[in-house]
Design a protein around this ligand. Structure first.
Ligand code: M6R
Length: 613
C-alpha cells in the first residue's frame, strides 16, 4: 500500500527520504519517487520499480534541497509507470504533491480543470491535486505566508474520498503543508527538523515524539515550527505523543526475514500483551476501560469485526466471550458488514480488531456501527492509529511493530488480548465463577512459556515442508477453536507460499469437500480439544482411506492409528490453544515459502496495510 515520507530541516533531504522509503517497503508498492525544494525550483525524481532504483537516477546526487516529500505507490488508478508515480506536479511546476488514498470524484475535478486549460499527463487521481491547488492559488490576491495553505484548503473542500497529502511549493521554499482525511499521517518532531510519515516505524530512528493528525487537520511546517489548523483554518493546539518502540525493534535483529523474527518474538509479544493486566489476586486491570456492571448488563449482543488474520483472531474471541459472559457474539468480515444492514443499537458492543489500525474496511465498519448507536471498542497494535481515534474505547496488543506482510505475532497477541478482555467482562458481570477465572488467568500467564516450547518443533516442521512444498493443494481440518486455527493456517500458507489451500470444519467434510480427496493429497489437521478428539480422528480416517497424506498437530495423546506425521505441542485450555497451535503452521508456511525461493516478507500482490477498499 502507498507510503509517505517527508523531511524539512537543514540536512540534505534526498538520502533521508530514500532511507525512509526503504523502511516503508514492507507495505508493498510498485513505484517510488521524491521531490525536493531546490534553489532553482522544485525537483522530481521518480520511477517504476524498487526504491533502491532511485539511487541510480541521473542527477539524484546533485539534489541539495533540505525540504522534500517522498512516496511509494501501490497502483489504484493507472498502471505502475514513471508517469503515474508520485510525486505529481501542476502544469506550472510550482506545486509538488504526494498522496495516499483515493479521490472518488477525480473525473469530475479533472474535467473541471481541463475546462480551465489544465493538461494531464498521468492516469492517476492524484494529478488533479497540484493543479487544483494552483487554480485556487492563482485566484487568491492576498500574498501572505498562508496563501498556499488557503489554496490547499480550498482544494480539499472540493475533493471527495480519502487522502493524506504532503505538499511543497516554490512559493513557500521554507515550508511544507500536510493534511489528512481517512488515510494515516503522523508528524515526527525533531530538533531543528521535522519528519512526516504514513507509518511511525519509518521515522522512529529520527524521533520518538509524534503529532497525530486527525481527519481534516492541516499542519504548516517549517524546520523549527509546526502550526496546526482545523478544517476552517482556525489555529489549533495539538499535544505531542511519545512512542515507546525503539528503532531496533523494527529491524531484523539477525533473523533472515522479518516474518521469522516476528514468529520468534511471540513469547515476548504475548508477555507485553498481558503486561500488568492480570494482577495477582485482583480483578483484571484494563486502564483504558471502565465499563460498569450496569453498562455491560445492558449489552445484549456483541459483534467482532475485522479482516483477514484479525478476523480469525475474532473467531476465538467469540468462543471465549460467549462462554464466559453468556452474551451472543457475531464475528463479521468488515468488508461484508459495512455493506449490509446489521442490526445494531445502543445495546450492542462492536469490537474492531486491526493490527495496523488503518484497514479501510474496518474503519468504515466502525463508523457505521457508531452511526447506529453502538458502543465501539478498538483493538490495535498501533497507538494513535485511525481506528483507535474513531472508537469510543481502545486497547492495545503491544506486540511491537509487525513488518512482514503475513501477520504472526499480531494474531497471537490479539487472541491473548481477547481472552483477557473476556475475563474482564466476566469479572465485571460476575458471569463466571471465581475459581474458573483464577485457573484461566494462570493458564494465560503460562502462555509465553508454552509458545516458546511450541517453537521447538521448528526442525520437524522444516523437514515436513521439504516433503510438501511442491504440492498444488493442501487441506486443513479442525473442529471448534481448532477450526479457527485451520482457517488461519490456510490463509498463512496461501499468502506466502502461493499454494492453494482450504480449511474446513472437519464435520463439514462429508458435505462436499471430501470429493476433493484423492491419492497423495496433503491434509493437515489440528486437535487440541479433548472433547472433540475422537470426532476429528474419525474424519482423518476418512481422508486416509481415500489415500491422503496426513499431518496432525496435537496437544493430546492420540489413539494409535495410521497418521503419517504427528507433531506435539504443549497443551493449554481450549480458548487459548489457537495461540499455541498456530505456531507450527506459521513455521510451515515460512519454510515452504523459503524452499520455493519466494519473498517471504513481501508476498506478491499483497500489502501490509490495506488502506483502500
Ligand atoms: O492491519 P489489520 O489487522 O487490519 O489487517 C487485516 C488484514 O489485512 C491482515 O490480517 C492480512 O490478512 C494479513 N496479511 C494476514 O497475514
Amino acid at each position: 500500500m502507498c507510503g509517505i515520507i517527508g523531511y524539512i530541516g537543514t540536512k540534505k533531504a534526498s538520502p533521508i527520504l530514500i532511507n525512509g522509503l526503504l523502511r516503508l517497503e514492507y507495505r508493498g508498492y510498485d513505484s517510488a519517487g521524491i521531490s525536493t525544494v531546490e534553489k532553482n525550483g522544485l525537483s522530481i525524481m521518480k520511477d517504476k520499480g524498487r526504491v533502491k532504483n532511485l539511487y541510480n537516477l541521473k542527477g539524484i546526487d546533485d539534489l541539495d534541497g533540505t525540504i522534500g516529500i517522498a512516496h511509494t505507490r501501490w497502483a489504484t488508478h493507472g498502471k505502475p509507470s514513471k508517469e503515474n508515480s508520485h510525486p505529481h506536479m501542476d502544469n506550472s511546476k510550482s506545486f509538488s504533491v504526494v498522496h495516499n488514498g483515493i479521490i472518488e470524484n477525480y473525473n469530475e475535478l479533472k474535467n473541471f480543470l481541463k475546462g480551465k486549460g489544465y493538461n494531464f499527463y498521468s492516469q492517476t487521481d492524484t494529478e488533479i491535486v497540484p493543479n487544483l491547488i494552483h487554480y485556487y492559488y492563482s485566484k487568491d490576491s492576498n500574498n501572505d505566508k498562508y496563501r498556499v495553505l488557503r489554496a490547499v484548503q480550498s482544494a480539499c473542500k472540493d475533493i471527495k474520498g480519502s487522502y493524506a497529502f504532503e505538499i511543497i511549493s516554490k512559493y513557500m521554499p521554507n515550508n511544507m503543508i500536510v493534511v489528512r482525511k481517512d488515510s494515516p499521517l503522523v508528524i515526527g518532531k525533531g530538533d531543528g527538523e521535522n519528519y512526516v510519515s504514513s507509518d511511525i516505524p519509518a521515522i522512529l530512528s529520527f524521533t520518538k515524539d509524534f503529532y497525530l493528525l486527525n481527519d481534516n487537520e492541516f499542519a504548516f511546517l517549517s524546520k523549527d515550527n509546526i502550526e496546526f489548523f482545523d478544517i476552517n483554518l482556525n489555529k489549533i493546539d495539538k499535544k505531542i505523543d511519545s512512542i515507546e518502540w525503539n528503532a531496533s525493534a523494527a529491524d531484523k535483529n539477525g533473523f533472515e526475514d522479518y516474518m521469522l523474527k516476528e514468529i520468534y518474538e511471540q513469547p515476548s509479544a504475548i508477555r507485553e500483551t498481558i503486561g500488568s493486566r492480570l494482577p495477582e489476586n485482583e480483578p483484571c486491570n484494563f486502564e483504558d476501560l471502565n465499563f460498569s456492571k450496569e453498562f455491560l448488563s445492558s449489552i445484549n449482543k456483541m459483534y467482532i469485526i475485522a479482516c483477514g488474520t484479525a478476523m480469525h483472531a475474532g473467531l476465538t474471541g467469540k468462543y471465549v466471550i460467549e462462554q464466559l459472559c453468556n452474551i451472543p457474539v457475531t464475528v463479521d468480515i468488515a468488508s461484508e458488514f459495512r455493506y449490509r444492514n446489521p442490526i445494531i443499537d445502543k445495546n450492542t458492543l462492536c469490537i474492531f480488531i486491526s493490527q495496523s489500525g488503518e484497514t479501510a474496511d474496518t474503519i468504515a465498519a466502525l463508523k457505521l456501527s457508531k452511526s447506529k448507536g453502538a458502543t465501539t471498542l478498538a483493538i490495535s497494535n498501533v497507538i494513535g492509529s485511525s481506528i483507535t481515534r474513531e472508537a469510543d474505547y481502545s486497547i492495545y496488543t503491544h506486540a511491537g511493530p509487525e513488518i512482514a506482510v503475513a501477520s504472526t505475532k499480531a494474531y497471537t497477541s490479539q487472541v491473548t488480548l481477547l481472552n483477557i478482555l473476556a475475563i474482564y467482562f466476566a469479572e465485571v458481570l460476575e458471569s463466571t465463577s471465581k475459581d474458573i477465572i483464577t485457573k484461566f488467568k494462570k493458564e494465560i500467564l503460562e502462555l509465553p512459556a508454552k509458545v516458546e516450547e511450541a517453537l521447538k518443533c521448528s526442525d520437524d516442521i522444516k523437514d515436513f515442508s521439504k516433503k510438501i512444498y511442491q504440492e498444488k493443494d493442501v487441506f486443513f481440518l479442525g473442529r471448534g477453536v481448532d477450526y479457527n486455527t485451520a482457517l488461519e493456517a490456510s490463509l498463512k500458507l496461501k499468502e506466502i507460499s502461493y499454494i492453494h489451500s482450504d480449511a474446513y470444519a472437519a464435520g463439514e467434510l462429508k458435505h462436499g469437500p471430501i470429493a476433493l480427496i484423492e491419492n497423495d493429497v496433503t491434509v493437515i489437521s489440528v486437535i487440541t480439544d479433548e472433547n472433540l478428539v475422537e470426532k476429528t480422528i474419525s474424519n482423518i480416517q476418512e481422508v486416509i482411506s481415500r489415500g491422503a497424506k496426513t499431518l496432525v498437530i496435537s496437544s493430546l495423546e492420540l489413539p494409535s492409528n495410521n497418521i503419517d506425521f504427528v507433531i506435539n505441542i504443549p497443551h493449554t485450555s481450549v480458548f487459548l490453544s489457537p495461540i499455541v497451535s498456530i505456531i507450527p503452521f506459521q513455521l510451515l508456511s515460512y519454510f515452504i515459502s523459503k524452499e520455493k525461493g519466494l519473498d517471504v516478507d513481501k508476498p506478491r500482490n499483497l500489502a501490509k496495510s490495506v488502506t483502500v477498499e
